[in-house]
Design a protein around this ligand. Sequence first.
Ligand code: PLP
Length: 401
Amino acid sequence: MTKERAIYDEIGVPRVINAAGTKTRIGGSLIRPEAVEAMRDAAGAFARISDLQARAGELIRACTNAEAGYVASGAAAAMLLGAAACIARDDPGVMARLPDTEGVADEIVMPRTHRTGYDHALRTAGATIVDVGTNDRHLGTGSENVEPWEIEAAITDDTAAVAYVQKEYTSPPLGSVVEVAHRHDVPVIVDAAAELPPKRNLSRFVDAGADLVVFSGGKAIRGPQSTGILAGRADLVESAALQHLDMHAAAPVWDPPRELVDVDSLDGVPRQGIGRPLKVGKEELVGLIRALERFLEEDADALRREWTERVEAMATRAADLEGVTHAITGGGKVAAAPELRLTLDEAAGATAAELVLALRRENPRVFVGADALDEATLTLNPMCLSDDEADYVLDRIEANL
Ligand SMILES: *Cc1c(COP(=O)(O)O)cnc(C)c1O
């Protein structure tokens, strides 16, 4: 057993074999070894956090086409900072008051079908979410869930931003949302936390006109779990930085990097902001920088071939399971990697839910995708498995049927 795996035994916590993909609750992704090494080195010496943020910002700028970039403790944290930036802008008084938004434009307009549990992060900054549109698409009438005019009609003097969640299935297209928002000088925040790979998505949303975009550092980038990227307009990223960086500094000697903060435009040092509880340390910043560099260099086609071969090997074994039909899906639209869907019928000896639960209760725990239990289906994702582990998952499925 490898040292990495032994640590969980040593502290008495069951390990997880991850056939579910990059899920935060079971540890996200495996951080790149180069990032761990960089973090260990960073832990041995000091650096000013704002200098590290400026360096990370330079890299983020280069790969996203954005004017500026910043790092928070996750994509959800970056959403919170983005919302705080859109509400407070360059006003240190408002920064100091958040989440109290009395007298300030604090509404974030969102298509109803883009609402997710993560929008709590926007509300945490003090925003009130204004839903627009319907769920009509699912009625089969051909009508859209939300039309750009509905977003436009919801924009008032109280609007701080429009929020958009990027998934392959989301509508309307980002470009048309940007167009109506910008007509009213309202910024657009895009949650693209899990939209990597492909690498080209790093710049896709900025190119489509988004003012702020967030990506998770702990998913396919395989940086530290507690990192997220905020990329976008320089004035908004500066506001985010001012509400996130540690601000306990004596005014006469406050000298943050110019590319991050324009000190001359401020009357003094802002107070600790709403983002202060979302801190990232020097180790996380260095780890994210190194992981993002490696992500940019990585051979994406080779990785996809590896995932495809692993899924095909699992499918070969699944073909021998009684009462189980299988299909390979995805790898294109919604999912980054191909997945194996296993659908169980009466002959299988257990329901899909029973099997999923039994696997989770094993030691090591085996996590498989459970998003389609209502279709008697579980899914196997190859991204976070080794070939041996993929084999082991099929062993355990067989043993539990
Ligand atoms: C994963 C995810 C997040 C949160 O990302 P963290 O880096 O874990 O904070 C937000 N939005 C969406 C759509 C996600 O998939």
